[in-house]
Design a protein around this ligand. Sequence first.
Ligand code: AMP
Ligand code: ZN
Length: 482
Amino acid sequence: MAIRLFNTYSRALEEFRPMDPAGREVKMYTCGPTVYSHAHIGNFRAYLFEDLLQRHLESREFTVRRVMNITDVDDKTIRGSREAGVPLAEFTQPFKQAFFEDLDALRIKRADSFPEATDPQQVRKMIEMIGTLLERGLAYQAEDKSVYYRINKFADYGKLAHFDLEELRSTGRVKSDEYEKENIGDFALWKAWDEADGAVKWESPWGPGRPGWHIECSAMATQLLGEQLDIHCGGVDNIFPHHEAEIAQTEGCTGKKFVRYWLHCAHLMVEGQKMAKSLGNFYTLRDVIAKGYSGREVRYALMRVHYRAPLNFTWEGMEESRVALGRVDDWVRRLREAPSSKSPAFAEATAGGQDPKKHQAPNPKSSGFQDALDDDLNISAALGALFETIRETNRRMDTDEMGAEEAKGWLEWWKRVDGVLAISGEEAELPAEIAELAEARVQARLAKDWRKSDQLRDELAARGWEARDTKDGQKVTRRGGT
Ligand code: AMP
Ligand code: ZN
């Protein structure tokens, strides 16, 4: 079965085929965090959907090359650094670090690179692109010295968001400081320096200033992945103006189609409203962990609903996730402990001439999990298939119908499924007291209590276990074992 994805550009489900002539490599760009505070779990819903997409593509033998940018200069980061009275880089540093710790806690795979908007090499690329757009008449410098994109010179402007240019002209609100623009929809490519920016500025042919947010992504994406991408993702709030602007800028420079598949996830909601910093209705991952939940429980809770359906965050939802993961853990433990030969009950039942179908093992290959994800990442159907499998195989274990060989087959299947879901509990393998120490260490690291974290590592070592911090989070294994 082919993979089908819903493309925001065409508003249709399309069969996924990457540009790579061999059909294997996938170039994927995902908009990353603005590091002026801790990311909230709404942001992580977007990153988790992207993680699920990457893991599913990899399980289907694609090689994913993914870039996620870090926006470490914009109005909010500048304001934050001014209020804290520290230089911009010093202000953003702890939030960058926290972001990576949160990715690990949620078992989100690291992208191949995380370019930062303030990296001189990236700023050079942004300046180069703005220069090209000016040369082509697609941009202009206004009286305020900022450089703007001339949206009515780009015929396709509005196509991603399905807006009509006329509508954009008539519905925008004119802000008093934007009177210099030719058209209210024109967006800034380069923001001329002003006093509020303090020491934050770069030299450019148009005078000192800083890049606009949209050009950051066009520059970083093309610099690291080339002029054309297979997949570009983000939350729905990124569609307009951010992604629309990325298309206008990049295609305005290259003359080539920028992105083949645009994928956007719906919002994480709280009581019917988008979870957002500006609404004050948000939780960070740390807030949820402080209530006693683990990173994998949050992962499951944010991932279990189809990415295009809004998801309401509730504490009951967190409890349901805990119960669901408990069922998975119990099932894996039972499979590991399955008897090493067929039990007498199985032999007797089959010898007695009963309906052999009743004793037919379900087939790991046809469980429907992969097909569901092929269908535009239908995670609810995929989880449905997983829990149906759990129910059926548990029934077979209850009635002693499952032998060790079959159990091994299911464990292998689970390993592949969990390569995509990444929800397995290490507790299933670890003795309770080791699991507790391991979890305490995860918490200590999230609280940045490095002394406690080291102490717990020593305690684990003294009991014969090794804690390693990997790209996919903490791994605890028997020392000298696998
Ligand atoms: P930002 O730091 O605001 O640029 O957002 C980073 C990413 O999180 C973007 O892809 C946003 O679209 C996404 N995002 C922001 N708020 C939510 C939310 N409540 N639910 C899902 N995704 C969100
Ligand atoms: Zn972006």
